[in-house]
Design a protein around this ligand. Structure first.
Ligand code: ATP
Ligand code: MG
Length: 673
């Protein structure tokens, strides 16, 4: 096994081998914090600490997977498998699936995604609002989410419309045996807080707890960690947290940087380790980042240095517009790949807003440059994937109203919308699920016989699938294939597609999904329930795991999603007022957080960094003029090389070989460099 402690520097090694008591690593970007966590786990395993008792929490599924891979290279496979590495949300699902009954939910609860949430909230607003009263569903959703992340499971004032909707929303979820993403945390904290027996059991299970990116935890996440680590049996807490206050970028989601800055108050007398050597970036990159972040008033000063050499200056490119910006990047990556013998995976393009990726994608596709996108619309958002997942979820638990509504007439089976509405009303009246509502004699009496037959057939089909799925030693993958076949889903899909290509693509998505389940079973014993949970959790905000399967290409990624990652050559685009810093930050007074976001972006780069801004950009349905980001003045001019794309493009080129505009530009770049 390739785990060697001497791969760490002195303070890193000190941190990795301090396994008992609280441990705090508060250190700058690229200093090996994440590496220390991984090595610490490997070290513990070598010390014969039971790997089952180790819990490492990361912020994204991507980070958890990466850590899992890194660990797999250091310890035996079966040891690595026993360590729990998960996101906060996945950890909560694990705890709730075992113990949620104490809170009056059933163990087979459904996880509501954002779409389900919005649907339900919309319905409740219509029902609750008085004439003339208005509430935007998305605004309501985010207010409710904020409240829950503050630890409120009920509104403070039910007389307001939002309060009433919040109260009804919580009641409806509970009745549907469903939880949303915020509930996962809220309910887990409630469960551990109120039930000492449950808390103690999980404390005994996880003796060693580690949390990466601790600067981005919110109040509830800290509470969760505290419940697990502060032991009822009087043993000292074994909790190690690592993070960087300069990289706290989730304030808008309720993250509290005080969680890490005041760690000592939550866990007294920690071992504190300082890391100052950056192993990731050249000095030009690191010092550019340092010059920027110095402008933030409230921060712990750090001195970071790098042994990676000075490196090239940071290039600051000004482009006439966003189209030229994207074209420049696509052309240059294509060229550099060849000239510098690089791979497409060595490049990343980072941006502030999802919408910025559209032009880049277009340009990359045009030029045949492979790319993978994180943070964009994903596989899991496509309707066929959602439909089929709903079929599977309803087979496991037909009381899943959101799922049932999705599939009840996909494919059409003669149950009219009116009938469904009637069934829903009855289900609300009788406080039961839609599935049970469909079977009420009261419903049968009020709808046409044909509809009753259709319902009976549908109910029988779901029951039959459920029975099959629960047979001992059954091949679940085969059952899922059967469900898709017997539901005639493919026929319906084909009918609803514009052309053959689209149909093929969508069908292959469905097959990929079943394939995914079969691969999942190879590495896990969670069964269909576990798979559906993993699918639901993947939709967690910023990420898309599909790039894992798709493999190669330039990484297109939002700044938020890039946290913790590194790339040899980075392009940071759209450094303009209103984008970075974002418009909203001026109203909300979060300029410091925008600066940290740029800091995170800059510190992702290992060897070269190119930043770009435009003088006009397509936004809000039209072309608008842009001004360079105010952050640019804060950078150290000695480390920056300015390039004016327009000048380059207009420079006459003598060489006859330079036929295309791109070649002209390239020639000019070479001359000026
Ligand atoms: P971030 O703040 O961005 O999350 P980090 O502090 O977690 O960064 P890592 O990602 O762990 O830093 O490490 C940054 C890079 O430096 C990685 O490529 C890692 O392998 C490398 N590295 C860290 N420590 C050492 C070391 N002692 N020797 C060689 N390489 C190292
Ligand atoms: Mg890290």
């Amino acid at each position: 096994m390739s785990f060697r402690l001497f791969d760490l520097n002195d303070p890193q090694r000190h941190a990795a081998t301090t396994t008992e008591g609280p441990l705090l690593i508060l250190a700058g970007a690229g200093t090996g914090k994440t590496r220390v966590i991984t090595c610490r786990i490997a070290y513990m395993a070598a010390q014969k600490i039971d790997p089952n008792s180790i819990l490492a929490v990361t912020f994204t599924n991507k980070a958890a997977n990466e850590m899992r891979e890194r660990l797999a290279g250091m310890v035996d496979k079966d040891v690595a498998k026993k360590v729990t590495m998960s996101t906060f949300h996945a950890l909560c699902v694990r705890i709730l699936r075992t113990d949620i009954e104490k809170l009056g939910y059933k163990k087979n609860f459904t996880i509501y995604d954002e779409g389900d949430q919005t649907g339900l909230i919309k319905k409740l607003i219509t029902k609750t609002a008085a004439i003339g009263e208005k509430l935007e569903p998305n605004a309501a959703k985010s207010l409710i989410s904020k409240a829950k992340n503050n630890g409120w499971s009920a509104p403070q004032d039910e007389k307001t419309l939002i309060g009433a909707v919040f109260a009804r929303y919580q009641a409806a979820l509970k009745q549907l045996n469903a939880v949303d993403f915020d509930d996962l945390l809220l309910l887990t904290v409630k469960l551990l807080g109120e039930h000492a027996d449950v808390r103690e059991r999980w404390q005994r299970r996880y003796r060693y707890i580690m949390v990466d990116e601790f600067q981005d935890t919110n109040r509830l996440q800290l509470e969760l960690v505290s419940y697990l680590a502060k032991r009822d049996d009087g043993m000292p807490p074994n909790v190690a947290v690592v993070g960087d206050d300069d990289q706290s970028i989730y304030g808008w989601r309720g993250a509290e940087v005080s969680n890490i800055l005041e760690f000592e108050q939550h866990f007294p007398n920690p071992t504190v380790v300082k890391l100052e050597q950056n192993y990731r970036s050249t000095n030009a990159i690191l010092n550019t980042a340092n010059a920027l972040i110095k402008n933030n008033p409230k921060r712990r000063p750090k001195s970071l240095w790098s042994g990676m050499g000075d490196g090239d200056k940071i290039r600051l490119v000004q482009a006439p517009n966003d189209r030229e910006e994207a074209e420049f990047i696509a052309n240059e990556i294509a060229r550099r790949k060849v000239d510098e013998t690089l791979r497409f995976e060595d490049f990343a393009v980072l941006f502030r807003m999802n919408s910025q990726s559209r032009l880049l994608e277009e340009m990359f596709r045009e030029k045949g440059i492979p790319y993978k996108i994180v943070g964009g619309k994903s596989f899991y958002d496509s309707r066929e994937v959602k439909d089929v997942l709903a079929y599977f979820a309803c087979t496991l638990n037909a009381d899943n109203d959101a799922g049932l509504l999705r599939i009840i007439n996909t494919p059409p089976r003669g149950i009219s919308e009116k009938t469904v509405e009637r069934a829903l009303e009855l289900s609300i009246k009788h406080k039961c699920s839609l599935f049970k509502g469909l079977q009420l004699p009261e419903l049968r009496e009020s709808i046409p016989a044909r509809a009753s037959e259709a319902i009976a057939e549908f109910v029988a089909q779901l029951d039959a699938w459920e029975t099959k799925l629960n047979e001992p030693l059954v091949d679940q993958v085969a059952v899922l294939r059967k469900i898709i076949e017997e539901s005639n889903y493919y026929d319906d899909l084909r009918r609803s597609c514009k052309n053959g290509d689209e149909a093929l693509k969508r069908e292959s998505n469905v097959r990929d999904l079943v394939e995914g389940f079969s691969r999942y079973l190879e590495n896990s014993n969670g069964g269909l329930r576990g798979y559906l949970d993993a699918m639901a959790l993947r939709q967690d905000k910023e990420e898309d795991e599909k790039d894992k399967e798709q493999g190669t290409g330039v990484m297109l990624i939002t700044l938020h999603a890039s946290k913790g990652l590194e790339f040899p050559h980075c392009y940071l685009v759209g450094l303009e007022e209103g984008i970075l810093p974002h418009d909203r930050s001026k109203v909300e007074g979060t300029l410091d957080e925008e600066r940290r976001l740029l800091y995170v972006g800059i510190t992702r780069a290992q060897k070269t960094l190119t930043m770009t801004y435009c003088f006009s950009r397509y936004r809000y349905g039209g072309t608008i003029p842009c001004t360079p980001s105010s952050f640019i003045k804060e950078l150290d001019p000695n480390l920056i090389e300015r390039i004016d794309l327009k000048k380059l493009l207009n420079t006459p080129v003598e060489a006859p070989a330079a036929k295309s505009r791109f070649a002209a530009m390239r020639a000019a770049v070479e001359r000026s460099g």
